[in-house]
Ligand binder design. Structure first.
Ligand code: KIV
Ligand code: ZN
Length: 512
């Protein structure tokens, strides 16, 4: 029998460190449930000592999740470790993940500690964490740039303290596959009792090599990969969960192990994370990008029609693409709607939320004849945002006018705390005019950092999904809006970002 490759998801911890990707407790719960549904082995739910909000969120995930191990991150000190232990305590299966930097540059310039002091702190932290649980993971941060001899000393010492998983992070995404694979092999060969622990890797994508490095590590004995949905994470992100899982599954002729992931949950997870964080998925992204299974070239289409395997190494439906299947229409009733949400694994928190989503569904069905799974997912994301944040601003109506040779113009009505306000503005296009009109009303002073539009499904009838990133006072938020009219979608996205900026619901890592 093949070995199990453990999938450790850190979307809610490392992924949350992307600009504007901070999540509320409710959002973490929603993502946690989807990860459990996908059969992720370990869910790193956050960094409990970083804020009271993150502590509460990790605790809520620990209470809700039954089939995955719930993990909390901690620096190598007693306070962090106690907070992490307390936060994950309610979980059926829990883990504490401790880390301390071991590279010369991090020890000297960041920690201002000598290697001997780092060694002592690592050992003390491992010993302290073991008082709470026998499932302790240890990471020597920036291992990719650490001296192998020193790494061996530290890792041997923490293994002697009873650490069960040794995770090797390439924190700055500096290594290349052959070198990283060799590092894992060397550590496993040189460290006594290395066979008593699980070897794990955590690769960042600064050189676009995170997945390649992770897979090279697997070929050299690693049996846990730390990764994130859509490759979300600090800077260029982490190894992407969907790419790791599908590479190993598709190339079973090469890999000596496999995961227990339910791959049909990959696309729903990708959409959920993208919707919550406001990070769109690039169309040519492997596995979860809109074009990942699209064959444009005639010669390819011809080949696929004759025999699918000519150009396809995976089946779209195996990773959860619905093939833009028509699921519901204008005449579908509440029960059909509820049933389809259930099949998609979407749980709304209350009957009130189902009713509100159903009203939005009927509005959409009036504009768009065929409603696909992707439309439902966008609609529910919209509704969940509105529900979680209490929605200070809501779009009431929008008129936009553009004509060649004329300056585009928009007139907008929004409700603010129940009262209606209106404004009009001109701009370089109808989107620009609409956002300027909103600003006349709200005068937010926020800086627009990103604006992007994606089609949710195919065809010109498709809904456009707009992402807006706003920055104010060092705080960054992403807003998302979907509509068949992209000017309306843009206004919704802008208002959603403003609602997040104004919301009293704590965003756990607001990147202040
Ligand atoms: O990149 C990194 O080194 C980390 C550690 C905390 C594992 O995220
Ligand atoms: Zn990291």
């Amino acid at each position: 029998m093949k070995d199990r490759l453990i999938i450790f998801d850190t979307t809610m911890r490392d992924g949350e460190q992307s600009p504007g990707a901070s999540m509320t407790r409710e959002e973490k719960l929603r993502i946690g449930r989807q990860l459990e549904r996908m059969r992720v082995d370990v869910i790193e739910a956050g960094f409990p000592a970083s804020s009271p909000g993150d502590f509460e969120a990790v605790r809520a995930v620990a209470l809700a999740i039954k089939d995955s191990t719930v993990c909390g991150l901690a620096r190598a000190n007693d306070r962090d470790i106690s907070r992490a232990a307390e936060a994950v305590a309610p979980a059926k299966s829990s883990r504490i993940h401790i880390f301390i930097a071991t590279s010369p540059i991090h020890m000297e310039r960041k920690l201002r500690l000598t290697p001997e002091q780092v060694l002592t702190e690592a050992v003390n932290a491992a010993r302290f964490a073991r008082r709470f649980t026998d499932d302790v993971e240890f990471s020597p941060e920036d291992a990719g740039r650490s001296e192998p001899d020193f790494l061996c000393r530290v890792l041997e010492a923490v293994i002697a303290e009873g650490v069960k998983t040794i995770n090797i992070p390439d924190t700055v995404g500096y290594t290349v596959p052959e070198q990283f694979g060799a590092l894992i092999r060397t550590l496993r060969e040189r460290i006594p009792d290395s066979d008593k622990v699980v070897w794990s890797v955590h690769c960042h994508n600064d050189l676009g090599l995170a997945v390649a490095n992770s897979l090279a590590a697997v070929m050299n004995g690693a049996r846990q990969i730390e990764c994130t949905v859509n490759g979300l994470g600090e800077r260029a992100g982490n190894a992407s969960l969907e790419e790791v899982v599908m590479a190993v599954r598709t190339r079973q002729d090469i890999f000596p192990c496999d995961t227990r992931i339910d791959a049909t949950q990959i696309v729903p997870a990708s959409r959920l994370v993208s919707g919550i964080t406001g990070f769109p998925v690039q169309p040519n992204k492997a596995i979860v990008g809109a074009n990942a299974f699209a064959h444009e070239a005639g010669i390819h289409q011809d080949g696929v029609l004759k025999s699918r395997e000519t150009y396809e190494i995976m089946r779209a439906e195996d990773v959860g693409w619905s093939q833009n299947k028509l699921v519901l229409g204008k005449h579908s009733g509440r029960n059909a709607f509820r049933q389809r949400l259930k099949e998609l694994g979407i749980e709304l928190d209350s009957e009130e939320a189902v009713n509100a989503a159903f009203v939005r569904f009927k509005d959409l069905a009036d504009k768009k004849h065929e409603i696909f799974d992707e439309d439902l997912q966008a609609l529910v994301t919209d509704e969940a945002h509105a529900h979680d944040q209490g929605e200070r601003y809501r779009l009431v109506s929008l008129t936009a006018h553009s004509e060649t040779g004329e300056t585009p113009y928009a007139r907008i009505v929004i409700s603010e705390d129940g009262g209606e306000k209106r404004a009009e503005a001109r701009g370089s296009g109808p989107v620009d005019a609409s956002l300027k009109a909103i600003e006349i009303i709200v005068n937010s002073g926020a800086e627009l950092q990103l604006y992007s539009v994606n089609a949710i499904t195919t065809g010109t009838e498709s809904q456009g999904e707009v992402t807006v990133r706003l920055q104010k006072g060092g705080r960054i938020v992403n807003g998302l809006g979907a509509d068949t009219d992209i000017v309306v979608a843009s206004a919704k996205a802008y208002l959603s970002a403003l609602n997040k900026l104004k919301s009293k619901v704590e965003r756990i890592n607001p990147q202040m």
